[in-house]
Design a protein around this ligand. Structure first.
Ligand code: HEM
Length: 140
């Protein structure tokens, strides 16, 4: 997102997503939602990662988490969604996510992006963004 756009967002002047934004290049909202849905199934099925979702959770809590993930990624990619969730540090603190967990997350994301035939440039942009969040999410 450009500095001008960021400033517009801050002032509440939400402009439609730029054609060259990562959001548009990924295919917009539906494409991002499909990626998140595919990824969440992989994460919850992974023997190493499923411990993070084992305690009984309501369908509504799962739906809420899914929607927040879609909004967060779409907004970060320059899309028109507005993220209402907590920041990455606050929402993951106390789970004890380690570097290996994060590497597993990244591998699953790579598999999802490959499944949806996301082009190399966009795949790279998404991976750079996810790597930038690691310091806030990994605790040990
Ligand atoms: C190994 C890595 C990760 C694990 C195990 C993990 C696990 C979780 C879990 C269990 C929750 C639900 C927390 C709750 O119900 O209170 C959550 C929330 C969330 N996660 Fe992650 N997560 C990981 C990485 C990421 C990454 C890389 C992103 C960003 C793309 C992300 C975005 C979110 C969002 C937006 C929420 C909702 C925040 C809120 O409730 O306000 N997570 N995560």
């Amino acid at each position: 997102m450009t500095a001008k756009r960021k400033a517009e967002r801050k002032e509440g002047r939400n402009m439609p997503p730029a054609k060259d934004s990562l959001y548009s290049r990924l295919g917009g909202y539906d494409a991002i939602a499909a990626v998140v849905d595919d990824l969440l199934v992989r994460l919850r099925d992974d023997p190493k990662l499923r411990r993070f979702w084992t305690s009984p959770r309501s369908t509504d809590s799962n739906n809420r988490e899914r929607q927040l993930a879609v909004d967060f990624i779409a907004a970060a990619a320059g899309g028109p969604t507005f993220y209402l969730g907590r920041d990455m540090k606050t929402s993951h603190k106390g789970m004890g996510i380690d570097r290996e967990d994060y590497a597993a997350f990244t591998r699953h994301l790579g598999a999802t992006l490959a499944k949806f035939n996301v082009a190399e440039r966009e795949r790279g942009d998404v991976m750079v963004f996810i790597a930038s969040l690691e310091k806030d999410i990994v605790e040990k």
